[in-house]
Design a binder for this molecule. Sequence first.
Ligand code: FIX
Ligand code: ZN
Length: 453
Amino acid sequence: MQALGTSAYKSNFDAPLLWAYSYGSYLQSEPLAMSTLSRDQIPAVVAAETSAQQLIVDDWHTHLLGPQAGPQLCLYGIDQQLAYHYVRRKLFAAGHIDPATFYAWSLERQGDFTWQKLFADPASDPFDEGCRGVVVALEALGLDPNAATLHQARQFYADTPPQEIQRRCMELAGVRRIVGTQDVFNDQERAYYESGEWDECYLSGFRLDELVLHYPRAAVKLNTWGYEVGNDPSQPATAQAIRRFLADWYGKLHGVAYGACSFPPHCPVHDLSGLEGAVLHHAVLPALRELNLPFFMMPGPIRQLKPEWRDAGDGVGLADMYPYQHLVRRHPDNAFFITPLHNANQYDASVLSCHNDNIMVIGHWWFNYHPGLVEQDLRMRLEMTGDRFIPFNSDARVLENLIPKWQRFRAILANVLSEKYQDLHDAGRQVTRAGIAQTLQTLFTPNRFSQLS
Ligand code: FIX
Ligand code: ZN
């Protein structure tokens, strides 16, 4: 079996810039960085090392695109934050408004209504992460999160160019590069990918849900685009045409970091007699292997439980991990990321990564992005795998989401890592600032596997 790192995790994340950021400042003061820390010194050093100024990260899964993509694809601003589906879900669930009426309104009217019901009315304290995130982002950008109306916030956005909003969001979050979600089967998105200008800091997460989960529908489009595919993806000519389609788009998209797919809880990804398994086995995984790209698997969402709520109406289910185990073993030369949506799948996913060197757990998203769950998973992952996982990605849809999500995660990371380093200290291990910086670099830079071969 090929060692994972020899090719499997090579991606566009090849420049060890994060290391340069977090470690470079020590080069002048190396003796200090290498000196052993006392137990009491550890929390302050960990807090400094995990701060947004020191630990500049790549955000491995978002739905963001830069301002050049235009207002339909680059979402930012107070009204977009209020329209974020985590917030909208709360509005609908509380019965404040009928979704059909709400969606018929302009974005501004939706924003005013949401602000009134979920923020301004005293009856509603925004404990939930979606609404709390709006408060955090407003405060961080110097706006009043207790304002009675959105007047000040709207004025700020009218006066501030989107590039500046983007810069501030990334700086406050400590994010250097952003992987988006590129669905070329979506007509509006595809038009931009065909000819639009890319900002260098955005990379592509090549999203394959339509191809893998809805092959008959995807096949119609593939044929109209000149890829001659039949109904059976296991037929060599069809598999070859799908692979050509993937390779062509790899060439067109900007800096593809991986291929990605979310899966409903009971998807038989390993079953070659099913369309999903066949597309994966005969086309997607061979193509990704040839392109040296990992496959990013997101088991768990149940789409459109409440269709009238649109993307706020999706749910989650516990996934069976056996098919994933089967899949990663059958494809030892492919690299896989896994990020289950159901919290009770986190443990299984970590165990999976203990027995298979071609899979790594990554991040948090959506229904498992809650501080208590993130903290619990971080402890479990550190205790089970050491540093063999990527702790967080924001799954941001609106630029400002970067701020609350990364700030929240950094606070959790600082607490948990301090405790773990103090625990190691108590056990007799010498802890240094340089060692802490190295571990943080390792946690956010999956290319480390290339050093293990
Ligand atoms: O599938 C995904 O990548 C999910 O993140 C989205 O489908 C979802 O709508 C979302 O934004 C969750 O945070
Ligand atoms: Zn997502």
